[in-house]
Design a protein around this ligand. Structure first.
Ligand code: FES
Length: 185
């Protein structure tokens, strides 16, 4: 069900000893991703998404480098990341739950979904569970307005979400995490 593997995530260290080598590797990755996604500024979101998926977050070096390569300003890249919270440039749990708060989802009672998520996970929006498994955040419209309320878990979309479905969705994440862990050992 979920394609996200926690083992694919690697932190981008900023220690002086490894910075140069990691920067070069990151540059190479970004170059390849830009190429794969058409080589023009339309590649921006897919490239950021993939970097976020592989490294857990998009650091400032990656932002600046992608901006230079695509001929856009760093401010524009930062703006995209700020607008789409699932691209946020900071570290999150293994599963980042992004609940849409824009008008269609708002009218489809996203507040009930938000309450259920908070109660079930025991965290508020902007927080991560103690086991590091789940983070909860808001996002803007993800293009699923006709099937609202909608949320993302990492890159996977869930639509017509009800409070009753939340447990099942979270259990699916836990199961995927356990399976990935076993597959790695
Ligand atoms: S308003 Fe929520 S998906 Fe568009």
């Amino acid at each position: 069900m979920f394609t996200h593997s926690p083992t694919q995530q690697r932190s981008i260290s900023s220690s002086p000893e490894t910075l140069d080598m990691e920067s070069k590797l990151l540059q190479k990755e970004i170059d390849e991703l830009i190429e794969l996604n058409g080589g023009n500024r339309n590649a921006l979101i897919p490239v950021l998404q993939e970097i976020r998926k592989r490294h857990t977050f998009v650091n400032s070096f990656a932002m600046q480098y992608a901006a230079n390569r695509l001929g856009v300003s760093a401010a524009e890249v930062y703006g995209v990341i700020s607008f789409y919270s699932f691209l946020k440039d900071k570290n999150y749990g293994k599963f980042t739950i992004s609940l849409c708060r824009t008008i269609s989802c708002d009218m489809a009672d996203k507040t009930r979904i938000a309450k259920q998520l908070q109660n079930t996970l025991g965290i508020k929006f902007g927080e991560t569970t103690e086991d590091g498994l789940f983070s909860l955040q808001w996002t803007n419209c993800i293009g699923m307005c006709d099937e609202s309320p909608a949320l993302l878990i990492n890159e996977q979309v869930f639509t017509k979400v009800t409070p009753q479905k939340i447990k099942e969705i979270l259990d699916g994440c836990r199961k995927t995490y356990q399976e990935n862990k076993q597959g790695d050992s």
